[in-house]
Design a binder for this molecule. Sequence first.
Ligand code: GLP
Length: 242
Amino acid sequence: MQIKIAKDYAEMSRLAADMVSRLVESKPNAVLGLATGSTPLGLYEELVKRHRAGLDFSQVTTFNLDEYYGLDGDHPASYNYYMWEQLFSKINIAKERVNIPNGAAADPEEECRRYEARIAAAGGIDLQILGIGHNAHIGFNEPGTPFGTTTSLVKLAPATIKANARFFEREEDVPREAISMGIKSIMQSRSIVLLANGEGKADAVAAAIQGPVTEEVPASVLQLHPDCTFILDEAAARKLTS
Ligand code: GLP
């Protein structure tokens, strides 16, 4: 596991954008795994800047980690809406190469199988971007999720519903379920970059990097990945012991 400590959020975002740019420049048809939430907003802003300076996304394929179940893709709090708003509408990505779980699927189990099959058909993910929840969840894989899970319909932990209520009018509006790539799906990515900023993530980051590898701390599984980088700002790195 590699750990990079940036002085602030802007530097964290630039370091992550450097890794994505290097990959896309060396492999124009790269397959990217993408995350949502507040954390990667700066990364996406950087990628838009780099696209305006010439970075070409026309052959890139993307797979998003997760989507709320029960929200249409045009709902402003859906991850589909977020991705188009923050990134896809501002770069030259081909619509047919964008993959996000369908939160409005009538048969969610079938949607999960279809999603895994599409990742496999694309040749797997080259670089997966992750954020981390306060309880160390990755994607929407909450504490207790078996490490062997693939894409599935999952229940959100009460703490996650609370944390994500800021994106909805009322806490009651937050969906209770989501379709999420599983821990196993994430671990199959050839490389992984986890971003975390702010003091609120310091405990989760320390547990993920220096605690025991346990299903109670989903991000701790990343200790077992052969090519995983954590990019942290100083606040998120505060609880790491040297
Ligand atoms: C959400 C997402 C995760 C994200 C996490 C942290 O629940 N499903 O993919 O990493 O929360 O979000 P934030 O970056 O807003 O702190």
